[in-house]
Ligand binder design. Structure first.
Ligand code: AMP
Length: 528
C-alpha cells in the first residue's frame, strides 16, 4: 500500500478516537493496549521531559495528581497555560493536545505500518476561530497537517451517511464523560447548517458515576461506620467500582460491586453491594432531566418543536445507558439512532470527511437505522458509492471588525461575514487612514452576533502596514476576509491605488507563527 492513510480523529474532552477509511470501509484503530478509545489524559515525569498518554496516564493520577492533566480541551483557544508539578513546567493547551494527538498518531502508525501525514479533526460546533486555530496548531505539533477541522455533530451525521439527505432536521444528543452537547442540524444535499447548539460543559457520564459513589459512600458509612470522603486513594477505588457498576447496568438489571481490602486509616475493609438498574435510574433522574431541559431550551431558541425533528442521533459513551434511549423515545415519541457505537461515531464521521476530501469510496449510507448497538461494530458496511459531494458547513457565528463612527466617535460592529453563510466564503471591505502620514492600520476582528461591539468576542487584532505616507482618508485599502472550510479566518489586504498587496504584512496578535510552532514541536516531551 502506498500513499498516506485517510484518517479522522475525535479529539475529545474525556476520550479520543482515531479512525481509518480505506476501500469503502471505516475502521476504528485500536491503540497499543488494544483499546478503541484513548483517555485524553497526559501525565509527566518529575522533570516534564517524558509523557504518558491515555490509561497509563490516568493510572498515575492518584500518586501524582499535580503532574497529570485532564480535560485540556476545555482550555483550547485560551491564553491559559497549565503548570505541571505545581509550578516548574508550563504547557500551553495546544502543546498538551498536541501530545495526545501525537500518541494517537504513533499508535495508529504502529497498527497500520504507515506514516500519517494528515487528518481531519473534529471540534464542538460552538468552537470559535481561536479554538479551531488552536486545534489545528495541536495537529501541527503532533507532526501532521490537520487538513480539515469539522464540527462534531456534523461528523456524527456523516457517520450515519446523512450527507446525501434532502431537507432533514437532525438532533445530535451527545453525552460524553464530562460534557453534554445538543445540536440541531439542518441538512440539505451536503450542506450542514448547525442551526443552534446548547449544552453544559460540566455535565457528563462522570456525574452518573458520582451518584453511585455517593450511594456507596453512604452505605459504607452506615455499615462500617467510616467516612472515606477526602481520602484520595480509597475514593479512587470507589470511583472505579462505581463506573464499572454503571457500565454493567447498561447490559444487566443488577450490578454487584465488590471492593476487597479497601484501605482506610490503617485498617482494611471488604465492601460488597448490589445496585439495581431501576434504583440507579431513580437516583440519576435529575441528571437526565437536565439534558432534556437543555434540548427543550435548544428548540425554543431555534423556534423548532420536537415534532420537526426527523432523526435523533445518540453520540458519546454515556448514551449507552439504557435510560437515555428510553427517555428520548418517550419524549420524542420515536426511537433514536444508535446503530454506530456512540463513542466512535464522531471519529468515524471525521474519517468519512477525510475520504470525501481524498475522493475515496464512502461506506453505505443507511440513514434512519435503529438497530441496537453491538458491542463491537468493527466496521461500517462497504458500498461502491463514490461520493463526490462537496461537503459544506456554515459559519457558526458572524465575523466582523470594530470600527469608529466618525460622526459620534462611537465604536460599532461592522459584519463582514454573516452567520450561517456556507463556508468557504470570502468578503471584503474598504478602509482608510484616520491621520495624515499614517503608515499602519489596526484591524480588531470580532466574532459574534450581537449588534453591540462589546458583546462580541475579540478574536484577533491585525496590524496592517507599512503604507506609503498620505494625507488622512486618501488611502483605499481593501481588507479581505476569507473564512476557510475549517471555519478559520484568514485576513489579507491590498492598497488599491498603489497595487501593493503582498508587501502589506498582516500580523496576528494571538496564536503562534510557524516558527514558534516548530520550536514548540522540537521541545515536546518524549511520549513513552
Ligand atoms: P466519551 O467521552 O464519549 O468517550 O464517553 C465517556 C463516558 O461514557 C464515560 O462517562 C463512560 O463511563 C461512559 N460509558 C462508556 N461505556 C459505557 C457503558 N457501557 N455504559 C454506560 N456508560 C458508558
Amino acid at each position: 500500500m502506498t500513499g498516506t492513510p485517510t484518517i479522522g480523529i475525535d479529539l475529545g474532552t474525556t476520550n479520543s478516537a482515531i479512525a481509518h477509511a480505506e476501500g469503502g470501509n471505516i475502521d476504528i484503530l485500536p491503540n497499543v493496549t488494544g483499546d478503541r478509545t484513548t483517555p485524553s489524559v497526559v501525565a509527566f515525569d518529575s522533570r516534564a521531559e517524558k509523557a504518558l498518554v491515555g490509561k497509563q496516564a490516568t493510572n498515575q493520577a492518584v500518586n501524582h495528581p499535580k503532574r497529570t492533566v485532564f480535560s485540556v480541551k476545555r482550555y483550547m483557544g485560551s491564553d491559559q497555560t497549565i503548570l505541571i508539578g505545581g509550578r516548574n513546567y508550563e504547557f500551553t493547551p495546544e502543546e498538551l493536545s498536541g501530545i495526545i494527538l501525537k500518541k494517537l498518531k504513533q499508535d495508529a502508525e504502529a497498527y497500520l505500518g504507515q506514516t500519517i501525514e494528515s487528518a481531519v479533526i473534529t471540534v464542538p460546533a460552538y468552537f470559535n476561530d481561536r479554538q479551531r486555530q488552536a486545534t489545528k496548531h495541536a495537529g501541527a505539533l503532533a507532526g501532521f497537517d490537520a487538513d480539515r477541522i469539522i464540527n462534531e455533530p456534523t461528523a456524527a451525521c456523516l457517520a450515519y451517511g446523512l450527507q446525501t439527505a434532502r431537507d432533514k432536521t437532525v438532533l445530535v444528543y451527545d453525552l460524553g464523560g464530562g460534557t453534554f452537547d445538543s445540536s440541531l442540524i439542518e441538512i440539505d444535499s451536503g450542506i450542514f447548517e448547525v442551526v443552534a447548539t446548547n449544552g453544559d460543559t460540566q455535565l457528563g457520564g462522570d456525574d452518573w458515576d458520582m451518584a453511585i459513589v455517593e450511594w456507596l459512600e453512604e452505605r459504607i458509612e452506615r455499615e462500617h461506620g467510616i467516612s472515606i470522603e477526602g481520602t484520595l486513594a480509597a475514593e479512587e477505588r470507589i470511583f472505579d467500582a462505581a463506573q464499572q457498576a454503571k457500565h454493567d447496568l447498561s447490559t444487566r438489571q443488577t450490578a454487584t460491586i465488590t471492593i476487597p481490602f479497601l484501605e482506610f486509616e490503617g485498617d482494611t475493609y471488604d465492601i460488597e453491594a448490589t445496585l439495581r438498574r431501576d434504583t440507579f435510574e431513580r437516583m440519576t433522574r435529575d441528571l437526565l432531566d437536565k439534558t432534556i431541559n437543555l434540548c427543550e431550551a435548544l428548540f425554543e431558541e431555534a423556534g423548532y418543536s420536537e415534532r420537526s425533528i426527523d432523526e435523533i442521533l445518540l453520540v458519546g459513551g454515556a448514551t449507552r445507558m439504557p435510560q437515555i434511549k428510553k427517555r428520548i423515545t418517550e419524549y420524542f415519541d420515536r426511537e433514536p439512532s444508535k446503530r454506530i457505537n456512540p463513542d466512535e461515531a464522531v471519529a468515524i464521521g471525521a474519517a468519512a470527511q477525510a475520504a470525501i476530501i481524498n475522493h475515496e469510496i464512502l461506506p453505505a449510507s443507511t440513514p434512519g437505522g435503529t438497530t441496537a448497538p453491538t458491542a463491537n461494530t468493527e466496521r461500517t458496511p462497504a458500498t461502491q458509492t463514490v461520493n463526490n459531494t462537496v461537503l459544506l458547513d456554515v459559519a457558526p457565528q458572524s465575523l466582523g471588525v470594530g470600527l469608529i463612527d466618525l460622526e459620534n466617535n462611537e465604536p460599532y460592529y461592522h459584519v463582514i461575514i454573516e452567520r450561517n453563510t456556507p463556508i468557504p466564503v470570502r468578503n471584503s471591505y474598504m478602509t482608510t487612514t484616520a491621520q495624515d502620514s499614517q503608515t499602519e492600520i489596526e484591524i480588531p476582528v470580532y466574532q459574534g452576533d450581537s449588534d453591540r461591539l462589546e458583546e462580541n468576542e475579540l478574536l484577533d487584532e491585525f496590524e496592517l502596514g507599512p503604507l506609503p505616507k498620505r494625507p488622512e482618508g486618501v488611502a483605499n485599502i481593501e481588507v479581505k476576509f476569507m473564512l476557510d472550510e475549517n471555519g478559520i479566518l484568514n485576513v489579507s489586504a491590498r492598497d488599491v491605488d498603489h497595487e501593493i498587496g503582498d508587501e502589506i504584512e498582516i500580523q496576528s496578535v494571538f496564536g503562534f507563527t510557524d516558527k514558534e510552532l516548530s520550536i514548540m514541536q522540537q521541545n515536546l516531551p518524549e511520549i513513552q
